[in-house]
Design a protein around this ligand. Structure first.
Ligand SMILES: C[S@@+](CC[C@H](N)C(=O)[O-])C[C@H]1O[C@@H](n2cnc3c(N)ncnc32)[C@H](O)[C@@H]1O
Length: 190
């Protein structure tokens, strides 16, 4: 048996929570890899909502969706994920099966545009409110860059205060790797 690495493990968690007909959120669309993955999981009867503050990221993602003919099941917002609750129609609130945050900067993009602790925490709170019972939020936390370390610290402080009656929160990470590798937090609504 091989231990699962970080990104495959994040996907494994999402696969368990999301199936055909589900509603899912990609909170950080970036180059669209997770959006495509979610769009395939929800099938043609499901729905994915995606957020990014960079137009270029959304354009890349749209091209990928079109190439795979998945555009009909995905709605992209050129907005911060902290606005998720006002962007996503009320009919979907309480029905979200899975959400993913891939934090940090856009690979191959402007490294000065990064996710920020306050907006990330606000988005986690708001998206958590929209989750279905047993819905899962997966956070992939990159803390190798200076802002990432601050974001990690603040996010962990916040997550430690979430009452255990509301959510199961678990962490999966390498313990013996150099250079601050990314790790995963998974939050399951109770
Ligand atoms: C690590 S990248 C995401 C990678 C992406 N999941 C992929 O498959 O390529 C992080 C993304 O978060 C975006 N971002 C930064 N702040 C944001 C915010 N407040 N709301 C939504 N997206 C944000 C950045 O523009 C960047 O594209």
């Amino acid at each position: 048996m091989k231990l699962e690495r970080i990104l495959p493990f994040a996907r494994h968690l999402l696969e368990k929570a999301i199936s055909h007909g589900s509603v899912a959120i990609d909170a950080t669309v970036g180059n669209g890899h997770d959006t495509i993955f979610l769009a395939e999981l929800v099938g043609d009867t499901g729905k994915v909502f995606g957020f990014d503050i960079q137009e270029a990221a959304l354009t890349t993602c749209k091209e990928k969706l079109l190439a795979k003919n998945l555009q009909g099941r995905v709605e992209l917002f050129h907005k911060g994920h902290e606005h998720a609750n006002s962007c996503i129609p009320f009919a979907y609130h309480g029905k979200v099966a899975g959400a993913v945050f891939n934090l940090g900067y856009l690979p191959g993009g402007d490294k000065s545009i990064v996710t920020m602790p306050e907006t990330t925490i606000r988005a986690v709170e708001r998206i958590f409110d929209m989750m279905a019972p047993e819905g899962i939020i997966v956070l992939v936390i990159y803390h190798g860059h200076p802002e990432g370390k601050t974001e990690k610290d603040k996010l962990l402080q916040f997550l430690e205060t979430v009452e255990q009656e509301k959510a199961h929160i678990l962490r999966y990470e390498f313990m013996n790797q150099k250079n601050s590798p990314p790790f995963i937090i998974a939050m399951e609504k109770r």
